[in-house]
Design a protein around this ligand. Structure first.
Ligand code: GBH
Length: 589
């Protein structure tokens, strides 16, 4: 038996022991009216009995998660200056390592390209993926803490977020290392469960103090802090009480959380993202693993859309509230998805591409940037089980963003299903239903069936270096969902086989990721030269981290971390130097 399974079996005993140990004297129990019958006689139904038992944050951990691992270092580490020997770019960055006197390939700068002076050269991370310190300082458990500990195989390598990068204690050094590389913006996420251990109710001042210091440290290093309120770490209690994003109750609780974050940090943080990638939350995090959470009997196939409805409303409420608390703020949500290329120029493939946009980006972007409502294809699908938005709700949603934020990693081909779109739309058991857009990573046979670009690590099969499509992608966003400017809030690459390399210097030379950043920065420059207002590039991620269900077996970092080394020391990879080199080469002086 795995440790997690043993623990699941033991939990009721441990909980009972804890309760006795803490001498709960005021436990009362009652039967809410509900009856069943025994031999034809009505009796109280025991499944409706309740208790007023009070649970502390620690009880919650014992109940939901059990013991967690702790890092070697559990106090905040002061930053030490980055030694200049760590800041020497590899010989192939910015020039070529040919010996003097030889012929060298032509390396020139395109003088018609530039990054504006106020362009954000940034990096991004997310609380659950980097912080660790899972039970420290009053933090409550999130759904990710629970699932990773309890659900066998939830992460392919059985990892948890207990320690990961230990950024909760190492953030000062992390920020100093970003500054030493010339980074001027840091996009981090706040763990809801650090501010509100229960998701709602009392505010944890130790959590506030932590993010206060992250923000102050950024400012000390001239790095603009950008905060995301929700990057997937749902308070476990809210998931269990009412289903998290599946209940309208989340709107009020999320808005209260946002209110505290805005009012405590808004004097220094002006850049806010309400929610990271609602598409991913609603389509791949719901339904929650069966048997671990209270079931609210919403059919599995409806859950993504129930979630989508509540997220849109919660985002819109949080946006309006943010603008009232921090008038000089810039707020939006982070949309995501790759560029969608029609496989052929047939009208059926064009329709499939449109449906793919509708059921991905358009699902959230159309309501916020265009109409206050979903695309008609999505509405056609949900109208049988969801109430339409009222005109008040539409007004609330429409315009609830100051700019367009996109996590734009890659591109993919789309085409109509073999049996046609219509027959798929009429058949709910078709695996492509309801979008009914088929997809592929390879060109069609007429183009030789080549892949769209070099593949990333096999644990991230969705990701290819397909940066050539980026300028078309940006002009699509610019014309489809007009907004004052666009930020690339995440982009990055998982170097193939990186986690099977053993030699440090070998790991640090990451050729495909390096070329990804090179080409991506050129693509942004092309978009800028076409007049598209892109104001930020935020690379994912500044350090190797916990890649959700792929655990630590896939790496997105611009810095390497050996997770078996208790010091969790960071090392710059070649790609980091290429990223900043491209910016330095092209930023207006
Ligand atoms: C980002 O999402 C996340 O915001 C970030 O936390 C994460 O670490 C980073 O990506 C790197 O993955 O495997 O075919 O089912 C990027 C968008 C959407 C990409 C879900 C992967 C799964 C596709 N992600 N998608 S598939």
């Amino acid at each position: 038996m795995r440790v997690a399974q043993i623990y699941t079996a033991l939990t009721p005993l441990i909980l009972a022991r804890e309760i006795l140990a803490q001498n709960y004297t005021n436990v009362t129990t009652s039967a809410v009216p509900s009856s069943t019958t025994v031999n034809g006689t009505a009796v109280a139904n025991p499944s409706a009995f309740v208790t007023n038992l009070q649970l502390s944050v620690e009880d919650l951990w014992d109940f939901f998660v059990g013991p967690v691992d702790t890092a070697n270092t559990t106090t905040t580490i002061e930053a030490t200056p980055v030694p200049s020997s760590s800041l020497i770019p590899p010989p192939f960055i910015g020039s070529y390592g040919f010996p003097p006197g030889r012929q060298v390939p032509l390396v020139t700068k395109n003088e018609s390209w530039s990054f504006p002076k106020d362009f954000y050269l940034g990096v991004a991370g997310a609380s659950f993926q980097i912080e660790g310190a899972a039970r420290a300082d009053g933090k409550g458990p999130s759904t990710w803490d629970v699932n990773m500990h309890r659900v066998p195989g939830f992460a392919t390598d059985n990892s948890t977020g207990d320690i990961t990068d230990n950024n909760y204690y190492m953030y000062k050094q992390d920020i100093a290392r970003l500054s030493a590389m010339g980074i001027n913006a840091y996009s981090f996420s706040i763990a809801w469960t650090r501010l509100f251990p229960f998701g709602t109710g009392p505010v944890n001042e130790l959590g506030i103090a932590h993010y206060n210091d992250i923000i102050d440290t950024c400012i000390q290093y001239n790095i603009t802090p950008m905060a995301t309120l929700y990057h997937w770490d749902m308070p476990a209690l809210l998931q269990n009480q009412y289903g998290g994003w599946l209940s309208e109750q989340i709107i009020g609780d999320f808005t209260e959380y946002a209110r505290i974050a805005y009012s405590r940090f808004g004097d220094r943080v002006k850049h806010w993202f309400t929610i990271n990638e609602p598409i991913v939350i609603c389509t791949s995090q719901y339904p929650m693993p069966a048997g671990y959470w209270r079931n609210f009997s919403i059919p599995n196939v409806e859950q993504p859309f129930v979630c989508g409805r509540n997220i849109l409303l919660a985002h819109a409420e949080a946006y309006r509230l943010g603008k009232s608390i921090i008038p000089d703020s810039s707020i939006t949500f982070k949309n995501n998805g790759g560029y969608k290329v029609p496989l052929t120029n047939s009208s059926a493939d064009a329709e499939a591409v449109q449906r793919a946009w509708d059921f991905n980006e358009g699902w959230f972007a159309d309501p916020v940037y265009l109409t206050g409502d979903w695309p008609s294809t999505v509405n056609d699908h949900v109208s049988s089980f969801l109430p339409p938005f009222t005109s008040q709700q539409k007004q609330l949603i429409l315009g609830s963003a100051d700019f367009f934020a996109h996590d734009a990693y890659t591109a993919q081909f789309y085409m109509a299903p073999d049996a046609g779109i219509e027959s798929c739309v009429a058949n709910a058991s078709n695996p492509l239903y309801p979008s009914c857009a088929n997809s592929s990573y390879t060109y069609g046979p007429a183009q030789g069936s080549w892949i769209i670009g070099p593949a990333a690590d096999s644990h991230s099969p969705w990701l290819h270096r397909a940066t050539d499509w980026f300028p078309a992608f940006m002009s699509y966003i610019n014309t489809t969902w007009p907004s004052p400017h666009i930020q690339i809030t995440e982009f990055g690459f998982a170097e193939p086989f990186e986690s099977s390399k053993t030699l440090l210097q070998d790991i640090l030379w990451d050729p495909i990721r390096t070329s990804y950043y090179h080409d991506y920065m050129e693509a942004i420059l092309i978009s800028l030269s076409e007049g598209i207002k892109i104001t930020a590039a935020l690379a994912w991620s500044f350090v190797d981290n916990l890649e959700w269900n792929s655990g630590f077996s896939v790496r997105f970092g611009l810095q390497y971390v050996n997770f078996t080394d208790p010091a969790l020391e960071r090392h710059y990879k070649a790609s980091f130097f290429e990223y900043t080199n491209m910016y330095q080469t092209y930023v207006e002086k």
